[in-house]
Design a protein around this ligand. Sequence first.
Ligand code: AMP
Length: 143
Amino acid sequence: MSVALIIAAKGNDVTTTQPHRTMQEATALLAEKKIGAVIVTGDDGGVLGILSERDIVRAVGLHGCGVLQDPVSKYMTGRVVTTSMDESIDQVMEQMTAGRFRHLPVIKEGRLAGVISIGDVVKHRLDGLESEHRAMREYIATA
Ligand code: AMP
C-alpha cells in the first residue's frame, strides 16, 4: 500500500500560504478549509515550511494574540519532512511517529503533489480492516 493510493482517493489539492502572509490569514485559512496545517510555498511553488495549528497555539500561548499580525515565516517549521508517491503507508506512519507530527507533504518530480494527514492514514487503515473483515465473513459463510 502506497502514498499514491491515498492521493488517488483524496486528490492532490494542497492548501498553501506564503511566508509573508500574516498568522491571522493562515488561521482563517485553516478554519475555512477545516484543516490542521498549511504548506508554506515560495514564488516558484517550492516548499519553504509548514504551519500547523500547534504552531499557532504555541505562538499565541507564549506571546499573546499580537502574534496574529506577524508573518507566517516567524512561526512555521522550516525543515519540512516530505514523502513521495511510492513510499508505503507503514513508512508514513513511522515518519509521523518519529517526527511527532501529523502532516506529510508529498513531492512528485520536485513539486508538491499532495498532503497526507494522520486522518488519511487512519481512514485508509480502517477501510483496509473493513475489507479484510468482509472477505473473512464471506469466506466463513460460503465454507
Ligand atoms: P502537526 O502534528 O502536524 O500539527 O505538527 C506538529 C509540529 O510539527 C508543528 O510544529 C509543525 O510545524 C511540525 N510539522 C508538521 N508536519 C511536519 C513535517 N512534515 N515536517 C516537519 N515538521 C512538521
